[in-house]
Design a protein around this ligand. Structure first.
Ligand SMILES: *Cc1c(COP(=O)(O)O)cnc(C)c1O
Length: 471
């Protein structure tokens, strides 16, 4: 007994290191704050891309280190290498966000460590998450019986939605090989990935050809569905995009929805990039019909400028989601009770769950919604401005985009465009990325980083001009 107590005492002294006293906390917080202030004071000027080679010295050797040294390493090896996602000058792929109020929310969520998987465990945290879902239902005009979940991003959110579609239509066994899914050839690759993960890689996928604005042609969709029905196949799912990654195109959502439902199919819309532009009066028309979706994905870590780590899914049919995600276990019997609120764990593959609802809820409550709308509208106008400027310096442009992604190419064609892209990446002042659209090499400009302002666009154009002189 005595030696047991002695050992406990020893271990207690050591394990208290994990729970530092107020003075130490304050000191640590100050260091982190100094770091983040120095990072943020530069974020609007920072280059969009650094190529500093492979990160060094990040291995874990099991020994304790000074926080100061670790922050130094964070600065040199992590935060100033690669694409600067928090900088104004990230105009490649689909830029993410990183607003400060969301960072503070994450800090609070981690300090209090709310368990956001079950209502029983944390009624407040789960209610916050469910209130975010309620708000999304209002924004997208979904009925009140809709359920939803905050997942880690658009990929997992799409996976949850497609699983519900699969289960609703009972796509299994010999039904798999005669079941058909329709989608744009510009659909995000995470859709294909999700289908493979959920055991649907052998279903028939019809990738539809696009019109000259890169949208699904609804007549072709209808014709293909009818052909497939005549062949004895089972069309069960149509996927539309509300903002494709390549060109930001919004498919004709209302028409596609009517067609899908007239054939009793599940209608899924991927709005991971574009969804939140629906908040704007100026774009409402393009989103007409979004409310017809059986499931919808939007990414707050894109369109609401939050840091990476949150994508949302709305699904109208609760039973379809429950079929694959609702489980009970003996050790969880206390959680069963009769609670009115839904448990996030019943709607997602996750059980223990980061309280990611707070990083959506707190910024929306703190700033109000209007500033988010203004920031989105600003991005649309900056896209218009960027096109005018790129044309002025002699670049050829893709069609006027629905949203904030546009593309250009060099009048001399593929080879010159590829070389220009290379020079732009070497320059790195503003980060752009390339794609192949209509069999043509193009350079994309995707404007969604909340720090991107008019002066960023001027920098981008100056950079392209600089690179053109080196061609
Ligand atoms: C980004 C994106 C995805 C994937 O979402 P993640 O949050 O990166 O997992 C899916 N669809 C579209 C249209 C996207 O832009």
């Amino acid at each position: 007994m005595k030696s047991l107590l002695q050992k406990i005492e020893q271990l207690e002294a050591s394990s208290r290191e994990l729970d530092p006293p107020a003075q130490q906390r304050e000191k640590a917080l100050k260091l982190v704050q100094q770091f983040s202030e120095s990072f943020l004071s530069n974020a609007h000027l920072e280059k969009g891309y650094f190529n500093n080679g492979d990160p060094m010295g990040l291995g874990i050797n099991g020994q304790p280190h000074e926080l100061n040294d670790l922050l130094e390493k964070y600065k040199n090896e992590i935060s100033s290498n690669g694409i600067q996602a928090a900088s104004a000058a990230h105009l490649g792929y689909i830029p993410g966000g990183g607003i400060y109020s969301a960072a503070l929310s994450d800090f609070l969520a981690a300090v209090t460590n709310e368990y956001a998987g079950m209502y029983y465990a944390s009624p407040g945290a789960v209610t916050v998450e469910n209130e975010v879902i309620e708000w999304l239902k209002e924004v997208f005009l979904f009925p009140s019986s809709t359920v939803g979940n905050l997942a880690s991003g658009g990929s997992i959110a799409n996976l949850i939605a497609l699983t519900a579609a699969r289960d609703f239509h009972q796509i299994k066994k010999d039904k798999i090989e005669r079941s058909v899914i329709y989608m744009s050839s510009h659909v995000h690759h995470c859709i294909h990935k999700a289908l493979r993960i959920i055991g649907l890689e052998d279903v028939i996928v019809r990738e539809l050809e696009l019109d000259d604005h890169f949208k699904i042609n609804s007549h072709e969709l209808e014709a293909r569905i009818k052909e497939d029905i005549a062949l004895g196949l089972y069309p069960f799912l149509t996927i539309a995009s509300a903002g494709t990654t390549d060109t930001g195109a919004i498919d004709p959502l209302a028409k596609i929805g009517e067609i899908a439902h007239s054939h009793s199919m599940w209608y899924h819309i991927d709005g991971a990039y574009g969804g939140f532009f629906n908040l704007l009066e100026s774009r409402k028309k393009l989103f007409q019909g979004i409310e017809l979706a059986d499931s919808l994905v939007v990414d707050p870590h894109k369109g609401l400028f939050l840091p990476y780590g949150v994508g949302a899914v709305l699904i109208k049919n609760k039973e379809a989601v429950f079929q694959s995600h609702h489980y009970t276990a003996n050790y969880m019997q206390d959680a069963l009770g009769s609670f009115n609120s839904l448990n996030p764990a019943d709607l997602s593959p996750e059980l223990s769950k980061h309280f990611r609802g707070l990083r959506v809820w707190l910024p929306l409550q703190w700033h109000g919604v209007q500033v988010f709308k203004d920031c989105l509208e600003e991005k649309l106008l900056l896209t218009e401005y960027a096109r005018i400027e790129l044309e002025r310096i002699g670049m050829l442009l893709g069609p006027i985009p629905d949203l904030s992604v546009t593309f250009f190419w060099h009048p001399k064609g593929d080879e010159a465009t590829a070389k220009l892209m290379e020079l732009i990446h070497l320059d790195g002042d503003v980060f752009l990325s390339s794609s192949v659209i209509d069999n043509k090499k193009v350079i994309r400009v995707a404007i969604l980083a909340f720090r991107t302002k008019k002066d960023t666009i001027d920098r981008m154009v100056a950079m392209v001009q600089r690179c053109l002189t080196q061609l």
